[in-house]
Structures are given as C-alpha cells and as structure tokens.
Ligand binder design. Sequence first.
Ligand SMILES: Cc1cc2nc3c(=O)[nH]c(=O)nc-3n(C[C@H](O)[C@H](O)[C@H](O)COP(=O)(O)OP(=O)(O)OC[C@H]3O[C@@H](n4cnc5c(N)ncnc54)[C@H](O)[C@@H]3O)c2cc1C
Length: 489
Amino acid sequence: MIPKKWDKEADVVIVGFGGAGAASAVTAFDLGGADVLILEKAPEGKEGGNTRIAAQGYLNTSSAEKAAAYLKALCGPRTVPDEMIRVWAEEMCLNNDWLAGLGGDPQEHQHQPEGIEFPDLPGSDCVHKFHDGPTYGYSLTWKRFESLVKERPIPIIYETPARELIQDRTTRDILGVRAENGGKSFFVKARKAVILTCGGFENNQEMIRKYLPGLPYCYASGTPYNEGDGISMALAVGADLWHMDNYAGPSMALKVPEIPTTFSMQALHFSKVMPGGMIVVGPDARRFADEKFKTRHGKVLLNGAWRPLPIQCPMYMVFDQTMMAAGPLYNKTPNRGWTAVIERYDWSDDNSAELEKGWIKRADTPGALAKIIGLDPEALTETVEHWNALAEAGKDTDFGRALMLAPLKEGPCYAVELSPSMINTQGGPRRNEKGQIVQPDGTPIPRLYSAGELGSIYSYLYQGTGNIGECLAFGRISGRNATAETPWS
Ligand SMILES: Cc1cc2nc3c(=O)[nH]c(=O)nc-3n(C[C@H](O)[C@H](O)[C@H](O)COP(=O)(O)OP(=O)(O)OC[C@H]3O[C@@H](n4cnc5c(N)ncnc54)[C@H](O)[C@@H]3O)c2cc1C
C-alpha cells in the first residue's frame, strides 16, 4: 500500500548499516551527491552488524583472471553465472584502491599463505587479505567504514527496522520502505532506489530449520539483529532466492539464555592447547568427531566432498579438573565476535562464576556427571575410559585427533553444553551483475538492489575475508547503479 504521507525521503534508501550499507552509502553519495539515508534496526551503539565484530579482514585479489578461476572452483557443483563471477572478480581487485582513495590505510595480513583456504584450487594464489590500519581485529576496519559514512551528511536512523518494501503493483517499481519506529509505521520514500544490506538469517530459527540442512537450531557468534528480514521483504515483492543452504558453520559453542550470541570455548579452537583432558560427546554420550579439527568455515572433507561438519544436538564438552584450573574456558579479548566485542561479558578467571550460574556442571565421576546432564552414565563412563586409553597410547584411532591428546584424569569432572554456532549465512535474494535483485525469471525488480551477505555470491565453499570483500565490491556496484536511476517523482 502506497502511503498518503511519507515520514522521510531520499534518493537512495539503504536498509542496514554494516559494511555493505557503508560502501553503498558512500558510493551513492559521492557519485553525483545522491541524497542518501540509512535505516538501521539496532539502537545506536549496536549498529555495524557482523562487519563490526568480524575479524576485520577483507579480500583484495591480485588478478581478476585468477580470482574468477578461484571463485568458479569454490562454487563446485553450484553454478553462478559467468557474468556475475567476472564482475565480482574485477571489483574484488579494486577494494584497496577504493579504500586508500578515501583516506583508508590497507594493510596486508601477515602469514598470507595460511590464509588461502583452498590452496589446491585453481587461481588460489590471487588471495590477499587486508585490514585497515596497523592492527588487525578490534573493529578497526569497521571504524574506518563508519567514519567514511559519518564524515558525509548521510542520516542514519537507528532503532528503525525496515519491515516491508512498498511496490507499485503495476510497474513493480520499489517506491520506498515501511519501517517501524517507536512501535509505529514509519514510511520512507526512495526517489531512485532501495538497497537492502541488512545481512543474513543467522538469528531466525525458523529459517535455519527451513533452509540449513539437518540443523534443529543454531546460534550466531555475530550480531543478533540479522534475522532474515531482507529475505522476507524481498520474497514479498517477488524475488528469487539463492545459496540458502550455504553458511559459515557449524562450530560448537556455548549458548546461554542470558546472552543472545555464543561463547567460543578456548579448548575447542583448532590451534589452542590447554592442559588437561577434554572430549565432546553427543546425546548418546559418544564422541563423534575430532574436536580439534580445523574446518574450512564449518566444512570438512567427507568421502571426497566438502560438507558441513556433522554435529549432534545437544553436545557436551566433558573435561577434567586440570583443564578447569588452567584458566578461563572462554577468551574474552574484545578482538572479534559479538559476545566479546559488544556484550563484554566478564568471564571469571577461574571459571567459578560460570560454575555458580550452572553454565558449567560438576560431579565427582563421569557417571555422576552424566546423570546431571541427562546422558547414560554407563555410556559416558565407557567413553571417558576409552578416550583415556587412546590418549595414553598417544593415538586417536577413532577420529585422528592430534592435539590435546590427554586423558581425563584428575577429578572432579565437568561438562558444558554446546550448541551449533555459525558465523553467518550466505543465502538471500538473488542479485545480478548490476546488484539488482531479480525475480525467478531473472528480470530485475525495478529500483531494488542489494549487497553483502544478504544473497551473497558464495554458493558452496567460502574463502575467508570474502564476505567483507564482497560487501565493498557489491556495495560499490549497487551504490553506483542505484544513484544512476531516474527519480520516479
Ligand atoms: C565472528 C565473525 C568474524 C568474521 N570475520 C570476517 C572477516 O574477517 N572477513 C570477512 O570477510 N568476513 C568475516 N565475517 C563475516 C562478515 O562479517 C559478514 O558476512 C559481513 O560483515 C556482512 O556484512 P553486511 O554489511 O552484509 O551485514 P552486517 O555487517 O551484518 O550488517 C547488517 C546490518 O543490518 C541491520 N539490520 C538487520 N535487519 C534490519 C532491518 N530490518 N532494517 C534495518 N537494518 C537491519 C543489522 O542490525 C546490521 O547493522 C565474520 C563474521 C563473524 C560473525
């Protein structure tokens, strides 16, 4: 329904103030001074989305030809149109120039070869990962993007989630957005176009069950505000969807009701070695994987094909007194992740506060622990004894774990319930090489664009830093095409 009165208007209306929103806004503003407005769901102080709490790396590829070959290989059996791959590859080479041209300070990560996630795929040596400024992490690349927006007269309206796209039923043009502000509808007219940059469906359990195979639930390590709103809004105006089952996960993490996002356990980090014995078991009290395996953003090679790490729900990390006494189970350094950077939960140094809260359970024996957490006591006792024998023999013949091969010895023993956790989802409305959201027949929905992880190009495998790289690349593409539209009024 077209409102009789609009509460605000602008040439280009951007939905979501993360990396893709920032790149779109700055581009649209700088090209011909389009009048740009950003709607943001989170309250001021919690904006920035996953971009703000990410590890802060972005991809800048060294050769468009190699980047195209690498992306094509990453797509595996999922084809993405060649034209999309070409545009992505060309634009990905320009991220540093764009940022430096605006006064940024692109710095290449150290340990570059380790950053290539699939070195055996063609073109992989095009991967170069950057961040802004001398230090990596701590929201610093985001702070640069944020300051680029804030140094321009671009209004940001916080706590105003977009709820609906307003479409001319005859021409199908998108004319604006119905948002909510203070519990009331808030109509924003977009004279030229709307760009959806409101992230994925990391926090929408219904969409998770519907689109992510085999996951009864999953929690996010990033912003809790990405709830798939862009998917619902785009579907309602006739958009096609793509890459809905592709996500960066799962990992195994602690989720408690008091905090919306997950805590990653230090002992489960692929490279962190903690003293003491630790295993993870499923609902049958048996181990099911190498707990220290380095996945490729959640994917593991199974029978020759990359698939999401098979996990169980629920899962329990079971460990001994030596590990309990070795320091905090959680790394609270505010380097990345919503819980550490924004929530700033102050985990106790000796884990005693979390034991007191019941996040950690304790018992004298594995059998007694099993009774507390609802597992079969005999099975857990047997699993611990079996693991101890493997650890003492120095070889995990069950799952090939190579790190922290220590038995659970000193009592009492402890458990933390783990949930599947993810970094982000890649699916959403399908876009074309101009950044336009398209219908199932491939024709664009007039005046509707997107960028970022909402309908990302990544269909199967994912190269780390590719998401923020894509926010910049498609943020620029959508920003310049949106601003080139002729106003409808
Ligand atoms: C812990 C972690 C580490 C990561 N590290 C990296 C990394 O180093 N490099 C990399 O490339 N990728 C990384 N990623 C992934 C990457 O951060 C994201 O894919 C990317 O930042 C997404 O950017 P975006 O602009 O599309 O969405 P976001 O940055 O998530 O921004 C979306 C914004 O939209 C807002 N929003 C949501 N719904 C609405 C609505 N209805 N109306 C208005 N606003 C709305 C949200 O509040 C949010 O501010 C990481 C992710 C996590 C969680």
